[in-house]
Design a binder for this molecule. Structure first.
Ligand SMILES: Cc1cc2nc3c(=O)[nH]c(=O)nc-3n(C[C@H](O)[C@H](O)[C@H](O)COP(=O)(O)O)c2cc1C
Length: 201
């Protein structure tokens, strides 16, 4: 264990409290909190311990953040031609206290590459939950603002890395209402007295 965890809230409470937000307050987030969240990230499960995650953290007002926000703007202009949406995309990248790009490196074969991707998703979820335990919102973005061919160069990412998600991190301003369908709609149980479903012919 690399971090003292005794004072943190229970895992279940954190899972249900976690929410994404697209509107952050100006309250600064300390770098040590981000470091703690990153430390939690790499304790994700990882078949073959390939450690496939790569994290690029952009502090507020860093030249890389400003460039990434311009690329986000450009990407939306190219796709939609809509100035207003492009400006909103630029602000999305520019404004939060921290922005983190989470990448996955490929494996030597398709199976390992798929497993690596799953492990990096687990790592990003660890960051989300650690953030929730810290009172932060960690918001996943995989849309237009992340899709500019020049982004990897600005972030120093290798060409064969896959971007898993961009995370916007800060204290939430407002939080959209959360909703989920009861899990019973998506699950099937088999007990000792249950037959297997008939085989498809
Ligand atoms: C893989 C992944 C990609 C996502 N990409 C986006 C995105 O591009 N834009 C967006 O608005 N939200 C994105 N989200 C956030 C979801 O919209 C969000 O999880 C959903 O609204 C439920 O909110 P909650 O996580 O606060 O319960 C993404 C979430 C995941 C897991």
């Amino acid at each position: 264990m690399t971090t003292e965890t005794a004072e943190y809230p229970s895992l279940y409470r954190t899972i249900y409290a976690r929410r994404m937000s697209w509107n952050f307050t100006d309250r600064p987030v300390s770098k040590s909190v981000i470091e703690r969240m990153l430390d939690a990230a790499v304790w994700a499960p990882n078949h073959r311990l390939t450690e496939p995650w790569r994290f690029v953290i952009l502090e507020k007002d860093s030249p890389a953040r400003i460039q990434a926000s311009e690329l986000a703007r450009e990407a939306i202009i190219q796709r939609t031609g809509n100035e207003e949406r492009a400006e909103a995309g630029r602000s999305k990248v520019l404004d939060p206290p921290y922005v983190m790009y989470v990448y996955c490196v490929p494996g030597p074969d398709d199976e390992t590459t798929r497993e690596n991707y799953a492990a990096v998703c687990c790592a990003a979820q660890n960051i989300s939950l650690a953030g929730a335990a810290e009172g932060l919102a960690v918001t996943w973005e995989t849309g237009g603002v992340t899709r500019h061919e020049g982004l990897n160069a600005v972030l120093g990412a290798e060409d064969d890395w896959a971007l898993v998600t961009m995370l916007l991190i800060g204290f939430p301003g407002d939080v959209p209402r959360a909703r989920r369908t009861a899990v019973s709609n998506f699950s099937r149980w088999f007990g000792p007295d249950d037959d297997c479903p008939p085989e498809e012919s």
